[in-house]
Every structure is written in structure tokens, then in C-alpha cells.
Design a protein around this ligand. Structure first.
Ligand code: DHB
Ligand code: FE
Length: 285
């Protein structure tokens, strides 16, 4: 039986990756953000999973805007890093885990989540920046195979928060029904509050973010009850990316142990948050 050992929620702001790629993490504008990652990175380095699943959204880099699936899952052996217009990031391509992917596709479709299946997919900052937050120096390869689980957060109507939480719960069941004894880490990416365009461009809501950070641990069902309109009003039009944290949280047990969290404003135009949860209930840290 496979087991979810941890969940990591993190923002995926592209300039966080650029700061790392250009050696600017000690610059005064960035140091506090990266210092805030250190305890999570140290714990994660001691708790390497066999496979990771990254719940993320593409930003019209790997997938054309004419074909945006509500939910999708990658089944490839390998995922190329997308060139988003400035050359590809100097990070390794992603090795997939087709066997677990196929099990997840089958289990989730049996649970009536009719996912789009990607046999080929280039992954953008929504995926690679969270991997860098987790593993700053991957060398030639990321620490384990990684599976992309895509959520549409960029075109109206996005899936509801409740549907994302339910998808996460089905994902947890699917992982636990995998016959091999492997450990799995789940990343929920995006957020926190931000709005990149329109009359409210630059909008950030720290009160909302702090409420979200606390409640995702203790009462995710309360967050799942929010409508997309309420989420956009309170977190900004791109802050709705936070629904992907609910997929991660749904895959975990009702009770989790927070290992570390941090909040930094602003990273580019975004409130950047990180939250790491241990799902190995009752085991020593
Ligand atoms: C920014 C944030 C995002 O979530 C994103 O996908 C792109 C840009 C930003 O704040 O610059
Ligand atoms: Fe984004």
C-alpha cells in the first residue's frame, strides 16, 4: 500500500525561480523569503518520498488556451521544462512514474473525476518553481519521480473549491490503493492572494492569507465551502490558485501535523506562502 507522508503547499511565483537561477537568494529583497524556506527544506531533505505528485496549473505554456482541461494528469516517462519566453530554466527535466500515474487515472475516473490524460506535457513555472522551493540544488535530477496533476485556475469557470477538495480526497484513496509499498509527497501549488491584471492589479489580502494558512490545517472543509466568486473577491483573480492547496490537503488525513509555515509579501506581485504538513500520524518527527 502506498502512503502519503507529507503535503507541501507553496506559491509558484516565476521570479522565485529566477532569483535562484541567477544566484540572488541572498539579495536584500529576497533573503527573508528564502530564509523562510530553510526549515521546510531541511525537514524535507530528511523525508524523501519515493514519488511526488505536484498539483499545479499551467499558464498557457505547456497547454494552448484553446484546450484547457478542468483537471488533467500526466502519464509520461519524462516531462520537459517549458521555455516561457526567456529560455528554459536551468533545472532538470522531470522523470515521471507511469505506473502510479496509470493507477491514479483509473482510480480517479472510477470515482467519476473524468481527467484529461497527458501522455506528453511541458511543465512551466507553476510546476518547476515548487520543485525548486523543495529542492534548491537538484543537480542532474530531481530527488524522485514526479507526477503532474493539473487544475484549471486561469479560465472561467474554474472548478469549485469543494470539487478540488473532493478530488484530493479521491486522490488520497487512489494513492492508498496502489499495491506497492511506496511513500508519496503531495505538493499543492500557487497563491497566496494576488491579482496580476485589471483594476485591482497588485491586490494582496494578508488577513485572508493568514486565515487560509491556519484553516487549511485545522478545518479545510470550511475553505472548501467558499464559492469561486468569494475566493476571487477575497484573494484576487489569480489568488484562486489556492484551490490547488485543497487538492493536496484532501489527499492527507483529517489530522495532520504542521512542520513549518512562512509568509512573505510581496514576491513580485504575490503574497508568497509555504506550509509543510507531516501526514505520518503518531510517528516521530
Ligand atoms: C506572478 C504570480 C503567479 O502566480 C504567476 O503564475 C505569474 C506571476 C507574479 O506575482 O509575478
Ligand atoms: Fe500562477
Amino acid at each position: 500500500m502506498a502512503e502519503v507522508i507529507w503535503g507541501l503547499a507553496t506559491s509558484h511565483v516565476p521570479s522565485i525561480g529566477a532569483a535562484m537561477d541567477r544566484g540572488k537568494t541572498d539579495d536584500p529583497n529576497w533573503k527573508a523569503l528564502f530564509d523562510g524556506y530553510a526549515p521546510a527544506r531541511a525537514w524535507l531533505a530528511e523525508h524523501q518520498p519515493d514519488v511526488a505528485i505536484v498539483v499545479y496549473n499551467d499558464h498557457a505554456n505547456g497547454i494552448d488556451l484553446d484546450f484547457v482541461p478542468t483537471f488533467g494528469l500526466g502519464t509520461a516517462e519524462r516531462y520537459e521544462v517549458a521555455d516561457e519566453g526567456f529560455g528554459r530554466r536551468p533545472v532538470p527535466d522531470v522523470i515521471g512514474h507511469p505506473e502510479l500515474s496509470l493507477h491514479l487515472v483509473e482510480s480517479l475516473i472510477d470515482e467519476e473525476f473524468d481527467l484529461t490524460v497527458f501522455q506528453e506535457l511541458a511543465v512551466d513555472h507553476g510546476f518547476t518553481v515548487p520543485l525548486s522551493v523543495w529542492t534548491p540544488d537538484p543537480g542532474d535530477a530531481w530527488p524522485c519521480p514526479v507526477i503532474p496533476l493539473l487544475v484549471n485556475v486561469i479560465q472561467y469557470p474554474q472548478p469549485t473549491a469543494a470539487r478540488c477538495y473532493a478530488l484530493g480526497q479521491a486522490l488520497g484513496r487512489a494513492i492508498r490503493s496502489y499495491p506497492e509499498d511506496i511513500t508519496v509527497g503531495v505538493l499543492g501549488t500557487g497563491g497566496m492572494s494576488h491579482q496580476l491584471a485589471g483594476a485591482r492589479a497588485g491586490f494582496i489580502n494578508p488577513d485572508f492569507d493568514h486565515m487560509w494558512m491556519e484553516t487549511i490545517e485545522t478545518d479545510p472543509g470550511q475553505l472548501a465551502a467558499m464559492s469561486r466568486e468569494e475566493l476571487i473577491r477575497k484573494a484576487g483573480s489569480e489568488g484562486i490558485e489556492l484551490i490547488m492547496w485543497l487538492v493536496m490537503r484532501g489527499a492527507m488525513d483529517d489530522r495532520v501535523t504542521k512542520v513549518h509555515s512562512d509568509y512573505f509579501v510581496p514576491a513580485s506581485n504575490t503574497a508568497a506562502g509555504i506550509a509543510l504538513f507531516d501526514n505520518r500520524n503518531g510517528q516521530p518527527a
